[in-house]
Design a protein around this ligand. Structure first.
Ligand code: ADP
Length: 579
């Protein structure tokens, strides 16, 4: 009996055929995605039928609907020298004309400006065997050749040499150096200066893609290198060795980020492989050159590493030379300035000395003409002036000699037991006449002896320097000195209410020749505090200043009391200080 329906066996056959078709479709799609090559199938009218995700990655464009005249939207076919080639000779156009294109090498400038080198084929497809193809199939893979051949590497080094040869005055010159490497050797690079333990700064950063460049600069501004955070600096700052990572995973980058925003910026850069080379000068790490490749581009090879190391070596050398030159110039400038001040300072006591002696000589001559004797009082008055000025000259020359002794490492200490409180009292007593002349009151608070082992003359020199500065810069306000013991440490404080020192000048006043006042208003060589600090440090102690401009200064000296008997630490057990 005929029911008008297809027999059951026929239905089974159709279903089986459909399932087979679906399966082969899925298998085909899988193959298209899994080949690892870019695959593009288009018909002769330009309609795109297949465009796999590898094609999207290589060309950096989404799947287009149509390809007009053998061009990829936003992309340019380029020659090895980066010049664009006309569309008529592009591989797609040639295949559309019926010419099979087999295993050729092409350059493609992508919409973001980067150039990828591809190796591939384009086959004309004619299902009916006709000469005019009904479509073309493109297969391409990224060429895994090193980016730099020996000739380009040598050219790059020569160009870097020219940049580094010019005197490196500013860090701004570091960016052109990075631009030589990006995108030739890397897709992104950062040059850091500094060393771990000190501050490290990113002085130049370049990313080949303009938008990502902005993100890189923003990231370095918002999240500058942090030498205190173990994740804040590449490990090469500690090891001093080149680092290479073929695959920078997203998890690894997220682990390096300090917060979510940092992670977002970091991931937006598309970094996929890393090469970090330390900049080493005189055995010290002075910075690092770090390079990245992006979006799964082949990682850095041995040749790349050698080139980056050579470039870092030359950069470090140039930076070090520039630093030495700057320091040498600064030293010469300081020396010239110092010679000017020193001559002036040495001449100042000579003028009254010369005048007084001249005056006495004239008086002696005049009195001799009249046959009269010279009064002892007048001679004594002149001699007093002479002595005062000679003392000043001696102290200036002594300071200069001390500096050369310190520089040559010849500062010798002769330690003996003594009482810091008595030393302070004695120096105060010596300064009483000058303080009275300045109408400045001097106070000492030293209720108990503070015994220790020090060099007497050097200790006197230190206290003298601090007290004479307090009077000189004290603007006539009261000066207070105190001496106390704190276990095995002796402390002497000199406090004045004078002109004070600005926060900007404070860190440098203990340096050689450094002064925070104009030499027109205050004489001095800028050596007293330098010598003070050197002596104090030779005792194993410290000297610190706190001050505010216009509100006086406080200098605190802390000295270890040396190898003294335990019982001296308590006042009761201390022996009578020697006179
Ligand atoms: P000098 O007094 O010969 O200039 P110093 O080395 O003794 O050299 O002092 C360095 C500088 O420190 C001085 O030039 C002055 O600017 C500043 N200074 C030192 N002591 C004081 C103080 N008590 N008050 C204000 N400024 C001071």
């Amino acid at each position: 009996m005929s029911s008008g329906r297809a027999p059951l066996s026929k239905i089974h056959q159709v279903l089986a055929e459909r399932a087979e078709a679906r399966l082969s479709d899925a298998a085909l799609r899988l193959l298209v995605e899994q080949t690892g090559e870019a695959l593009v199938l288009m018909d002769a009218m330009g309609t795109v039928l297949v465009f796999n995700s590898e094609a999207g990655r290589q060309f950096r464009i989404p799947m287009p609907e149509r390809l007009e005249r053998g061009g990829l939207p936003g992309c340019d076919w380029v020659r090895a020298d980066n010049m664009s080639v006309s569309l008529e000779v592009s591989p797609l156009t040639r295949a559309l004309m019926g010419e099979p294109v087999r295993e050729e090498r092409w350059g493609l400038r992508r919409p973001d400006g980067t150039v990828v080198v591809l190796r591939g084929s384009v086959f004309p497809v004619s299902p009916d065997g006709s000469l005019k193809p009904s479509g073309v199939l493109l297969r391409a893979r990224e060429e895994l050749l090193p980016r730099l051949d020996a000739a380009r590497g040598a050219k790059l080094l020569a160009e870097a040499g020219a940049l580094l040869g010019a005197e490196l005055e500013t860090e701004a010159q570091m960016e052109p150096l990075l631009r030589l490497l990006v995108p030739t050797l890397a897709d992104a690079g950062v040059l850091f200066l500094g060393s771990s333990g000190e501050s490290v700064r990113a002085v130049a950063a370049v990313h080949a893609e303009p938008e990502r460049h902005v993100s890189l600069v923003e990231m370095l501004c918002r999240y500058p290198p942090d030498s205190l955070d173990p994740r804040g600096l590449p490990a090469l700052f500690l090891t001093g060795r080149t680092e290479r990572t073929a695959e920078l995973s997203e998890e690894h980058q997220v682990a390096l980020a300090r917060d979510a925003e940092h992670a977002r910026l970091l991931l937006s850069l598309g970094l996929s492989s890393y090469l970090g080379v330390p900049l080493v000068a005189r055995g010290r790490i002075i910075g690092a050159l770090v390079l990245y490749r992006t979006d799964g581009a082949p990682g850095f090879g041995d040749e790349d590493e050698r080139l980056a190391e050579e470039l870092s070596r030359r950069t470090a050398l140039s930076l070090d030379n520039a630093r030495l030159l700057r320091e040498a110039r600064e030293a010469v400038r300081l020396r010239d300035e110092f010679l000017g001040i020193a001559s002036h300072e040495l001449k100042t006591p000579l003028t009254p000395l010369h005048l007084k002696v001249q005056l006495l000589q004239r008086q002696v001559e005049l009195l001799a003409l009249n046959g009269k004797p010279v009064s002892a009082e007048r001679v004594s008055e002149t001699l007093e002036v002479v002595q005062r000025q000679v003392r000043k000259l001696t102290s200036l020359v002594d300071n200069l000699l001390d500096v050369s002794r310190i520089t040559a490492g010849r500062l010798k200490l002769e330690l003996e037991e003594m009482d810091l409180a008595s030393v302070a009292a004695e120096i105060l007593y010596r300064f009483a006449p000058s303080a009275a002349q300045l109408h400045c009151s001097l106070e000492l608070h030293a209720p108990v002896p503070v015994l220790g082992r020090w060099d007497r003359l050097r200790l006197e020199q230190v206290v003298t320097n601090l007290l004479s500065n307090a009077l000189k810069y004290g603007a006539g306000k009261p000066v207070r000195m105190s001496v106390e013991a704190d276990g095995r440490t002796a402390r002497l404080t000199v406090e004045d209410g004078g002109i004070g020192i600005s926060a900007r000048d404070l860190p440098r006043i203990f340096e050689r020749f450094e002064r925070a006042v104009s030499d027109r208003h205050y004489g001095g060589l800028g050596l007293g505090l330098y010598i003070t600090r050197q002596i104090v440090e030779a005792f194993g102690g410290t000297v610190k200043a706190t001050s505010e401009l216009g509100a006086g200064s406080t200098f605190v000296l802390e000295l270890p009391r040396g190898d003294i008997p335990e019982e001296w630490l308590s006042v009761a057990g201390a022996p009578e200080p020697s006179p």
